[in-house]
Design a protein around this ligand. Structure first.
Ligand code: 5AD
Ligand code: SF4
Length: 484
């Protein structure tokens, strides 16, 4: 399952905020991240890889010694947008040169992987082009580019990137992403991920546990386990703990992570419905730290469309998985991804999607117009759906999803929810956090109380439910507990 969200827009989890701009002696690094949480994670790791070479992250591209674009290719005119961004950077690079400074440009991520040598041809001023599986080498690539000129690395390497990355540290945040699985062998006919991220790979359990222990020791309370197909996880068991199985599935990994001291919440994304095995479903009922909220993309409510997509399940089977999850964890809420206007989709097919949306009652969802990705099987089909039909269906679907999301949020009013406070709110004096269902929750504590809340999980009585967020007030017990 792809992870991409808010494609071709810099991620809202902009990295620059995590690091102070460098001293004048250090080199200034600017990373612009597009797309999914996996890219956000990768960008953080790129900064870690470049730190020993003297690079410190800055919030703005101005004056940067190295600009990295970490790109996403999943939908829309991704490559064109990257080229137009590169046009702007070219001018900045020329201005730096006129000032006697060198500014290097590196392009990574899935567009770089897909374009490869073509990018070197169309944008020869780019110094480094590298794929998502190559960035452990970024320090070396940048040094080579400085000394010898442009570098291209988009081969899928034989070595495993994760074995060559420095161990991540939390930078004052209370939530963190942890990549546990990468790549995809599913080959949905609309999707570029199997081509840009490569074959499925799972990190060994011991590496992940060690990474999470370090993060929890640094104050992280919540981890989101990431993978394009995260529930296909099958990592090498820790030595001596293998028992009968020499590989662990995601359910068993989650049970092990729930034991890590200080860690209170676990999430994972993105899952494929056919990989929801019994142990993972049971974990939803048994592991308290596993949050009752699951992103389980269905893509379409029509069996004909699902078959054309090569999703490998029928609607009935998807609904059976949902039933089993709800039996294990009755308060679980679901989110999904939808594609409208997949080649051949009829009005009846689309109506079946609307029916499914109503039947499941999603708390949240992402929906997209089908976008033909060069090199994928569906792009070659002759029965493409007209753009205006796609747009009209998307509007209807989004209206239905927005209604559901709003009523889910409104139904929370009056409840007491545990909120992990992780950032200041939009307005002065406000502090914001996340509910177990990943809803943004705003509270306005007593003046001076804000610092005391950061990084804490406290009960909040919900007083308002909006389209995309909740508001509430700390319960009396929480106020007493939060008092510094
Ligand atoms: N067109 C539209 N949406 C797509 N997605 C993936 N590929 C495409 C495409 N070619 C969506 C799917 C996936 C999410 C990450 O992006 O819904 O689950
Ligand atoms: Fe997800 Fe299918 Fe793409 Fe794999 S091929 S990442 S399962 S959408």
């Amino acid at each position: 399952m792809g992870l991409a969200r808010r494609v071709e827009r810099p991620s809202k989890y902009g990295l620059a905020a995590f690091w102070p701009a460098g001293e004048s002696s250090v080199k200034k690094l600017y990373i612009k991240t597009y797309g999914c949480q996996m890219n956000v994670y990768d960008s953080a790791r790129m900064a870690d890889v470049l730190a020993p070479a003297g690079y410190a992250l800055a919030a703005e591209p101005e004056g940067a010694d190295l600009v990295v674009l970490n790109t996403c290719h999943i939908r829309e005119k991704a490559a064109e947008k990257v080229y137009s961004e590169l046009g702007r950077l070219k001018a900045q690079k020329q201005a730096a040169a006129a000032d006697g400074r060198t500014m290097l440009i590196a392009v990574g991520g899935c567009v770089a992987q897909a374009e490869g040598a073509e990018m070197r041809r169309r944008a020869p001023f780019v110094d480094v082009v590298f794929g998502p599986q190559n960035y452990h080498d970024l320090g070396d690539m940048v040094t080579r580019a400085e000394r010898q000129g442009p570098v291209l690395e988009t081969e899928f390497p034989a070595q495993v990137k994760f074995d060559h990355l420095p161990r991540p540290r939390a930078r004052g945040e209370s939530t963190a992403f942890v990549s546990v699985q990468e790549g995809c062998d599913k080959f949905c006919t609309f999707c570029v991920v199997p081509y840009t991220r490569g074959a499925e790979y799972s990190r060994p359990v011991a590496d992940i546990v060690a990474e999470v222990e370090v993060l929890a020791g640094d104050g992280v309370k919540e981890v989101t386990l990431l993978g394009q197909n995260v529930n296909a996880y099958h990592g090498a068991a820790p030595r001596g703990k293998a028992g009968k199985a020499d590989e662990w599935g995601l359910g068993r990994l989650i049970r092990a992570l729930a034991e890590v001291a200080g860690l209170a919440r676990i999430r994972y994304t993105t899952s494929h419905p056919i990989d929801m095995d019994d142990d993972l479903i049971a974990a939803h009922g048994e592991v308290e730290a596993l949050m009752p909220y699951l992103h389980l993309p269905v893509q379409s409510g029509s069996d004909a469309v699902l078959a054309g997509m090569n999703r490998r399940y029928r609607v009935e089977e998807y609904l059976a998985v949902v039933d089993r999850l709800r039996a294990a964890r009755p308060d679980i809420a679901l989110s999904s991804d939808f594609i409208v206007g997949f080649p051949g989709e009829t009005e009846d097919d689309f109506a079946a999607t609307l029916d499914l949306v109503r039947d499941v009652g999603y708390a949240q969802a992402y929906s997209f117009k089908y976008s033909a990705r060069p090199g994928t099987p569906a792009a070659d089909r002759s029965d493409q759906v007209a753009e205006d039909v796609k747009a009209e269906r998307l509007a209807r679907l989004q209206a239905a999803l927005a209604n559901l999301a709003r009523s889910f949020n409104e139904d929370c009013v009056g409840r007491v929810m545990e909120v992990l406070f992780d950032r200041p709110g939009r307005y002065r004096g406000q502090v914001a956090g996340r509910s177990p269902y990943l809803q943004a929750v705003h509270v306005t504590p007593d003046p001076g109380g804000i610092e005391a809340l950061q990084g804490r999980i406290l009960p909040v009585r919900i007083t308002e439910g909006h389209a995309n967020s909740l508001a509430g007030r700390l319960t009396g017990a929480a106020v007493r507990e939060a008092r510094p």
